[in-house]
Design a protein around this ligand. Structure first.
Ligand code: DAH
Length: 331
């Protein structure tokens, strides 16, 4: 009995060894139980009681050792105060949000504020007030998603609609950028999508000239793509600007020498721009004899493609975690 009381163990294996030694089928207590047959009948009662007491004591002792061990184990291993903390899993911002914010930040530093407007629009704000002729092809079902025909309600196909809203609400001087999602009825492929994002800009004041436009766009291009970036403006046509131009930047990959990204030309087209057509100013109640203005518009996906060399537009809207994680370092 004293032997049992004095038992001692330091880990799970030692406890198991004690169990085998005393309590297993071949253990010491079982052996005593087996010998019980040979005890003289008059002693059976006394010895039987002692044997039972011994077995109970051994079982309890082992149980106690186990509990003690488990408690110690608990204290020792499961709270390790020296372990370094798990790093917090932080999310990443979407590449289009990053690029959009970068564009906005550049223009904010140049004095532009942000204007936003609805994605579901009427014909006036998307086309009418912007000098689109009634039969202009952009008004066609092939280019625009119509929600309703009479009166016409569409998903805006450019954020120039927000320029119209701003001109309706504010008096010049007006200096805004209009970021937002736009929709076009295009077959989805690596190079086109039925929705994408734009940032457009509008500046209206007295004596605003094409030279002002050019200087602001040069500043933008250099902040966005690096201080050595060159720009060139090519004559173009938009219903809402006159004159109109398209702007190229020197290729971000080959720096103008000619490579596969710029198809050998050394230039990459990034935006449309021009002087606001007097008809557009007048349509919004701004006196075109007193005020002039410039406007420009760019696709956020286009800029993001050039900055990060994303080859397939669809990646931007598929939410593939592996793609999104690549922009962690761009924050
Ligand atoms: N709205 C044009 C488009 O979606 C882009 C654009 C070109 C916007 C010239 C402008 C501009 O404000 O002046 O393709």
């Amino acid at each position: 009995m004293a032997e049992i009381e004095g038992l001692h163990a330091e880990n799970a294996e030692q406890i198991e060894a004690l169990r085998i030694k005393y309590l297993s089928k071949k253990g010491a207590i079982s052996a005593l139980m087996n010998d019980f047959r040979n005890v003289a009948p008059e002693q059976k009662r006394e010895i039987g009681q002692k044997l039972n007491a011994l077995k109970t004591a051994a079982t309890e002792k082992l149980e106690a050792l186990k509990n003690q061990y488990q408690q110690e184990d608990h204290i020792d291993d499961s709270i390790d105060l020296t372990r370094p903390a798990y790093p917090d899993e932080v999310g990443t911002r979407h590449p289009l949000s990053l690029v959009k914010q970068e564009i906005i930040d550049i223009f904010a530093r140049l004095g532009f504020s942000i204007a936003e407007g609805p994605e579901v629009e009427d014909d006036w704000h998307v086309y009418g007030a912007l000098n689109f002729a009634d039969d202009h092809p952009a008004r066609d079902m092939q280019d625009t998603f119509f929600i309703q025909q009479n009166p016409i309600v569409v998903l805006r196909s450019h954020t120039s609609s927000v320029q119209v809203r701003t001109m309706g609400q504010q008096k010049p001087p007006i200096r805004v950028v209009c970021p937002g999602r736009v929709y076009r009825n295009e077959a989805i492929s690596a190079r086109a999508h039925c929705f994408f994002h734009q940032v457009e800009g509008l500046y209206i004041d007295k004596n605003v000239s094409f030279a002002d436009l050019k200087q602001v766009l040069l500043q933008f291009a250099r902040e966005m793509f690096g201080p050595d970036t060159q720009i060139r403006l090519r004559p173009s046509y938009f219903p809402f600007t006159e004159p109109s131009a398209e702007m190229d930047v020197s290729c971000t990959l080959c720096k103008g020498k000619g490579c596969s990204m710029c198809k050998g030309s050394g230039w990459l087209e990034i935006l449309g721009c021009g002087m606001v057509d007097p008809n557009v100013l007048e349509a919004s109640g701004i006196d075109s004899k007193e005020y002039t203005g410039y406007a420009f518009g760019m696709g956020v996906e286009r800029i993001a493609n050039l900055k990060y060399r994303v080859k397939d537009l669809r990646l931007f809207s598929e939410n593939d975690q592996r793609f999104l994680d690549e922009f962690e370092a761009a924050h």
